[in-house]
Design a protein around this ligand. Structure first.
Ligand code: UDX
Length: 458
């Protein structure tokens, strides 16, 4: 059992802290927010994550985890201190390291015994060296402190599982002493450990995330070409997936990647390359393709409808992916303002993201448009002239093609997640635009849809 302190209780810090406690370590999570600390002590998680609250309650009750704002007390006699604070993106794409610096200074002024400081936050290559130097500069007591890198690979929505059953644990150290401490901490997890130096560990994080982002942008690029040449991206992806060198995961074309990692980490690595006088062309391309992909459907819909003014627009899904209430870099945030600008009357459904979204776009009039948050997919679709699917929530996937036909005033669907099969939508007589596949037109007997749409009000 090791005495561990964790700085920051966001996705990275809290999930790491809870996982260490679950594996038998004695953990104290530090956050600057008193209210947040009080609510975590009562067993409430500040983030929406499957299984997290159960583990928080269980380990708090058994005394293996506690939460505090008193960093001095938490760091003073810890064996290891994990830093999991944010490194938000700055306007130039670089990472803001000021939260890391604040914690590093607090550590330097608090520690009273030998201790390993472990950076879990995603940081530019070379940051661990700087944190190490920074801590040595401010160190108050005569103790041994070393900094190690231990990047995090969890995905939101499956964070606890991804940590407890990680495919690998990357540890970046500069001494046997540091390596041994980290190995001891991870011993009870029984996971494959890859031990490298600090800079390589920092790079593994960026290289992994950016590779996945690149994979998605590549599929989106191919999808756009599929549309032009009459191929079907889902069939293409299926055909590719049998090649083990390519793999079957992360081949889904869609409305572009969002979230807290891919957008930030691609831009950060691009920035690091530029700073070093190198042009990282592949990553740059992934960024560019993703930017355009986000509004691809909107542009298709605008061409089809000419204007959204006075139309009832159903928006299904607001979060950047299902299983999270996180809106960071979500396609909805790019598209909803464009629709509102055009005077759309939006009815938005999301099982958990409504509250966060309404903080950005409050219910009611928004510029030329209007937004209403509804409790069910059916409420969003009733009487709608057009529907956009931005997130593949189970609640959305459960809607049958016939429902669109039944409930919408005009069954016209723009699907950014390729949820439905072309055949199903075609036999339900729904006009269906998706990504990298052919458009399903409605049968001639239905008349010309666009004329009806332009004059219709619900
Ligand atoms: C990601 C990585 O998976 C994780 O390892 C890393 O630590 C943090 O970033 P996360 O952002 O939570 O995790 O979600 P992920 O499931 O990877 O999806 C990211 C984005 O890519 C979502 O917007 C998702 O919709 C999109 N995506 C994913 C696709 O468009 N196509 C795919 O095939 C897969």
């Amino acid at each position: 059992m090791m005495k561990i302190a964790v700085a920051g209780t966001g996705y990275v810090g809290l999930v790491a802290g809870v996982s260490f406690a679950e594996m038998g370590h004695q953990v104290t999570c530090v956050d600057i927010d008193e209210k947040k600390v009080a609510s975590m002590r009562s067993g409430y998680s500040p983030i929406y994550e499957t299984g997290l609250e159960e583990l928080m309650k269980k380990n708090y009750t058994s005394g293996r985890i506690d939460y505090t704002t008193n960093y001095h007390e938490a760091y003073r006699n810890a064996d290891a201190i994990f830093i999991g604070v944010g490194t938000p993106e700055q306007p130039d794409g670089s990472a803001n390291l000021s939260y890391i610096a604040t914690v590093a200074r607090q550590i330097a002024e608090s520690v009273e015994k030998d201790c390993l400081v472990v950076v879990k936050s995603t940081v530019p290559v070379g940051t661990n060296d700087k944190v190490d130097q920074f801590i040595q500069d401010f160190l108050v007591n005569d103790v041994r402190i070393e900094v190690a890198s231990n990047p995090e690979f969890l995905a939101q929505g499956s964070a606890v599982h991804d940590t407890l059953y990680a495919e690998r644990v990357i540890i970046g150290t500069e001494s046997k002493w540091a390596e041994d401490i980290l190995k001891k901490i991870y011993e009870p997890f029984n996971l494959p450990i890859v031990s490298v130096n600090r800079r390589s560990a920092e790079m593994i994080k960026y290289a992994s995330n950016d590779f996945l982002a690149l994979k998605i942008s590549y599929m989106n690029d191919i999808a756009n070409l599929c549309e032009l040449v009459g191929a079907d991206i889902q069939d293409v992806a299926r055909g590719m997936s049998f090649d083990e060198r390519i793999g079957s995961k992360f081949l889904n074309a869609g409305i572009g990647y969002g979230g807290s990692c891919f957008p930030k980490d691609t831009k950060a690595l691009d920035y690091i390359a530029q700073q070093n006088g190198y042009e990282l062309k592949t990553v740059r391309a992934a960024i560019d393709v993703n930017k355009e992909q986000k509004t691809m459907l909107y542009k298709k819909a605008r061409n089809r409808l000419i204007t959204f003014s006075g139309l009832k627009v159903a928006v299904l899904g607001l979060t950047f992916k299902p299983g999270t209430d996180d809106l960071r870099e979500a396609a909805s945030l790019e598209n909803v303002p464009l629709l509102l600008e055009q005077g759309a009357d939006i009815y938005a459904f999301d099982p958990v993201g409504k509250e966060n979204f309404s903080n950005v776009y409050p219910e009611g009039a928004n510029g030329k448009g209007h937004i209403t948050y509804v409790e069910s997919v059916e409420d969003a679709l009733s009487g709608a002239n057009v529907c956009f699917i931005f997130t593949e929530w189970g609640e959305v996937k459960a809607v049958t093609p016939e429902k669109y036909k039944q409930l919408m005033r005009t069954p016209l669907v723009f699907d950014g997640r390729n949820i439905y099969s072309i055949e199903e939508m075609s036999s339900a007589n729904v006009e269906y635009h998706s990504i990298g596949r052919k458009t399903v037109e409605r049968g001639k007997s239905e008349g010309v849809v666009s004329d009806e749409l332009q004059t219709s009000r619900y």
